[in-house]
Design a protein around this ligand. Structure first.
Ligand code: NDP
Length: 382
């Protein structure tokens, strides 16, 4: 039996992780499950999997959670401190699947217990960058990438040496709006209707703006020690190749598979072994053709902004991430137009007085807060 905690258990990645645990239930002992406010989903999962503790971030929901778990012996807790406490309980693997920088504190708490972290929560790594990678090294933790692109690269690097890598290519589907002519009138419903992947609302909008690929560029830079200019992005609408590694002898290794997050999640859960998933065999004749395009950074400037933020370093990536989170939330609640998301992010980054490079978790959180205030000001009509 291996022990597992899932941070963000009620989300898209969280539920797909639980699906794999359910299919192999004899192998897993579930310790902590967390959610933001979805008490019903959290309690249901905690009961089904016999979790030791269930935590809801929204403290106002504690009473409801306690009622829903009454008589089960499962601990109920609420609030940010409780999230971090639950994340710090020793387990064999923690799946970090909270969306946004809100997941950073719990991820850092999990890293400090020195185990294996399967990281889906890219915003945490983008914001905390060196602070997180230093904590991983200090506490002897292992970071396994859940993001399908980074998981693909991780797999293509097995048996290879990073010093032999010439380039890394992140593939991007291009999202649902790649061929839509007028981006100004795009609705949240259109933006979250991803052609290939079924994901949470925030990452779906990020895929539509291409900020998802921008965040992934920064994520890749932290996960794999290779220069930014050797990390490339190519649009591949079929999402069959999940990313590629090119070696200096001219060999390029790619990882292929269905657009189903259970594949990279399973790769992390079983690593370095493999486990069964319910995936049908890859049917290349049915796929027929694979196409590739250069990203259009005029219509979708997000990857350019992310590359610039990564090159600037310091506080810029955390500012980019926080401004994007604010702008995406405003778009989803119909306060701003789709095309304003990149404008808000760019405007925050162009303000001349960016904070200093954060060196601690607390400093990252202050930079994040600062950028949220700046971005929120930009949402208000002039
Ligand atoms: P979802 O929105 O589906 O789920 C997010 C999870 O985080 C839910 O459990 C939610 O709880 C919880 N949560 C949200 N806000 C907070 C908060 N403030 N404090 C604590 N918990 C919170 O997101 P996804 O599963 O789509 O994405 C999760 C992460 O994985 C993201 O970083 C995303 O970029 C990354 N990722 C996702 C992929 C996917 O296919 N979905 C693919 C690759 C990466 P509640 O249900 O109560 O709101």
């Amino acid at each position: 039996m291996r022990s597992i905690s899932i941070l963000g258990a009620t989300g898209s990645v969280g539920e797909q992780t639980l699906d794999l645990v359910r299919r192999n239930s004899g192998d897993w002992n579930v310790v902590a499950l967390t959610a933001n406010s979805n008490v019903e989903g959290l309690a249901k999962a905690a009961r089904e999997f016999g979790a030791r503790i269930a935590v809801v971030a929204d403290e106002r929901r504690l009473g409801e959670l306690r009622d829903a778990l009454a008589g089960t012996g499962i601990e109920a807790a609420a609030g940010r401190a409780a999230l971090c406490e639950a994340a710090s309980r020793p387990v064999d693997i923690t799946v970090a699947a909270i969306v946004g920088c809100a997941g950073l504190g719990p991820v850092m708490a999990a890293i400090e217990q020195g185990g294996t972290i399967a990281l889906a929560n890219k915003e945490a790594l983008v914001s905390a960058g060196e602070v997180m990678t230093a904590a991983v090294a200090k506490h002897g933790a292992t970071l396994l990438p859940v993001d399908s692109e980074h998981n693909a690269i991780f797999q293509c690097l097995q048996g290879g040496r990073i010093e032999d890598v010439r380039s890394i290519t992140l593939t991007a589907s291009g999202g649902p709006l790649r061929t839509v002519a007028d981006l100004s009138a795009v609705t949240p419903e259109q933006a979250i209707a991803h052609p290939n992947w079924d994901m949470g609302a925030k990452i779906s909008v990020d895929s539509a703006t291409m900020f998802n690929k921008g965040l992934e560029l920064i994520e890749a830079h932290h996960l794999f020690p290779i220069d930014l200019e050797r990390i490339r992005i190519v649009v591949h609408p079929q999402s069959v190749i999940h990313s590629m590694v090119e070696y200096r002898d001219g060999s390029t290794l790619a990882q292929l598979g269905p657009s189903d997050m259970r594949v990279p999640i399973a790769s992390c859960l079983a690593w370095p072994a493999r486990m069964d998933t319910p995936m049908a065999p890859l049917d290349l004749p049915a796929i027929g053709e694979m196409t590739f395009f250069a990203p259009d950074e005029v219509r979708f400037p997000a990857t350019k902004l992310a590359r610039e933020a990564a090159e600037a370093g310091g506080a810029a990536p955390a500012m980019l991430n926080a401004a994007n989170e604010v702008a995406v939330a405003a778009f989803l609640t119909r306060k701003i137009a789709f095309s304003r998301i990149a404008v808000v992010v760019e405007s925050v980054l162009q303000q001349g007085d960016l904070p200093n490079a954060p060196r601690t978790l607390e400093e990252v959180m202050r930079v994040d807060e600062d950028a949220r205030i700046r971005a929120t000001h930009l949402l208000e009509p002039a």
